[in-house]
Design a binder for this molecule. Structure first.
Ligand code: GLY
Ligand code: MN
Ligand code: MN
Length: 462
């Protein structure tokens, strides 16, 4: 938790942006795995965490813009709770620590809302991603679930996105810490992989590097040699010399901030010539993205610059032929790079995407494309100082996709399918880092990570 002044000033700014009415911010509840007392790890709603700081279930925040008052609604612990959970700090006192002087019983929320309704005041709430919170809101506001999904406040949502998208200095420190733990997870994996090891054994080692630092996972760890599958969560395969490991994982700090990093490394400790060659193209793509990523530039154009580097590299290697610009314009490169270059990151690994990808990554100046490949780009809009986003180019040989495109005769003028099929067992490559947009450029968060093939091999030798 940060100092209370941080939360007070964030709520002040939100009040200023929204301008009038009441603002309701739903905290999350516990989510049962198999019965009500056996729950998944509790994850607080990131917007609640951002404005109200408390990392406990069943709380709802409210800001009364005109009366200039903030409330947290919940239930104080009873003796029954304390028997099971031990002595607890009162929510009244916890609320004071985030600058909220009004902690009230949850039953009182409806009274506050009802009296605002009598006065015809606007009640702002966000679009919800948990049915349980939609249900609670429908009871509080006397609206149907359908109304809750359509009558949310665009103004509130946009204000939250605008504020949370620009990371402050204390947030950047947290993100730097999350990135460094994420880096440790990767280094542990690189240093411990050996032939015969099962993926789940490696996952146990690398996740313990995060757990030792009191971090959890930002998302399910991807650790696989079947790396042509973009999000492969299976951990059952056995690594052998000659295989590449694709590891995409991230640490989430207790404060909520996330890291997200991908590396590819050879089980044997040395890339073979085919792997090294395509890996060098991958890093060329990454370096180009790093060079282009700066304020005032649209991330969509960075994605396209990276696509040009990929296309040139594929033409030089005989996988494609033709004019680079025509190939990029047609989207034929997406056979090898079917996802976007990156996404915002912060309290959520795909930051703010609960509000809708297009609201976060696009605006009236930047429209999302429909074309296969670039349509998966989550962050397309102009970059601004304070944004933190991932750069994560990839090169994949996805047998099912290759077969589908070839059998439907797609882009035969550009793609040399015979050559491509020689690589149908190659798998995929992705390299990912987290970047802060600075005054006139960018800065990769965290200590230096091995990036070029010789740097990866050097770390693995140690
Ligand atoms: N780890 C998921 C992603 O990179 O977007
Ligand atoms: Mn990512
Ligand atoms: Mn990732």
């Amino acid at each position: 938790m940060f100092q209370k002044e941080i939360y007070i000033s964030r709520r002040e700014e939100l009040k200023r942006l929204v301008g009038s009415g009441l603002i309701i911010v739903m905290g999350n509840s516990e989510s049962p795995m198999s019965y009500s007392d056996n729950c998944y790890n509790f994850i607080q709603d990131s917007t609640f965490l951002y404005y109200f700081g408390l990392n406990s279930p069943d709380l709802i925040g409210l800001i009364d813009v005109k009366k200039n008052k903030s409330y947290i609604f919940g239930k104080e612990f009873t003796i029954d709770d304390i028997i099971w959970m031990g002595k607890q700090q009162k929510f009244k006192d916890k609320s004071l620590e985030v600058g909220v002087e009004n902690f009230l019983d949850i039953e009182e929320l409806k009274l506050v809302v009802d009296s605002a309704k009598v006065e015809n005041r606007k009640i702002h709430f966000t679009n919800q991603y948990r049915l349980e919170n939609s249900y609670k809101l429908s009871k509080i506001l006397d609206l149907s679930l359908e109304d809750i999904s359509t009558q949310f406040s665009e103004k509130l949502v946009q204000s939250i996105i605008d504020m949370r998208s620009i990371k402050s200095e204390i947030e950047i420190l947290e993100m730097e810490a999350a990135t460094n733990i994420t880096r440790d997870m990767h280094l542990v994996a690189m240093k411990n992989i050996k032939s015969g090891m099962k993926a789940f054994e490696l996952v146990a080692l690398l996740e313990s590097a995060a757990k030792k630092m009191n971090a959890t996972m930002s998302f399910h760890t991807i650790c696989t040699k079947n790396s042509a599958v973009l999000h492969n969560h299976d951990h059952s395969n056995v690594f052998k010399d000659g295989d590449l490991v694709l590891l995409d994982c991230g640490a989430k700090l207790e404060s909520g901030y996330c890291g997200d990093m991908t590396t590819v490394f050879p089980v044997s400790g040395e890339f073979d010539s085919r792997q090294k060659d395509l890996y060098s193209l991958l890093i060329e793509m990454f370096d180009k993205a790093e060079e282009c990523t700066k304020p005032g530039v649209k991330n969509k154009s960075v994605h396209l610059e990276v696509a040009r580097v990929l296309t040139r590299g594929l033409v030089e290697r005989g996988f494609m032929s033709g004019d680079i610009e025509s190939i990029v314009k047609a989207g034929a490169y997406a056979l090898f790079f079917p996802h976007g270059l990156g996404h915002m990151i912060g309290l959520d690994v795909h930051d703010l995407e609960n509000f809708g990808e297009n609201r976060v990554g696009y605006d009236s100046e930047t429209i999302r494309e429909n074309q296969f490949g670039i349509r998966s780009l989550r962050m397309g809009k102009e970059l601004k100082k304070g944004h933190v986003l991932t750069i994560e180019p990839g090169i994949y040989f996805i047998p099912e996709l290759i077969e589908k495109w070839e059998s439907s005769g797609l882009f035969r003028e550009f793609i040399n399918y015979e050559k491509v099929k020689e690589y149908s067992d190659f798998g995929g490559l992705r390299y990912e880092g987290d970047f802060l947009i600075t005054e006139d450029s960018n800065r990769r968060l965290g200590y230096k990570m091995p990036k070029y093939a010789d740097e990866v091999e050097k770390i693995m030798k140690k």
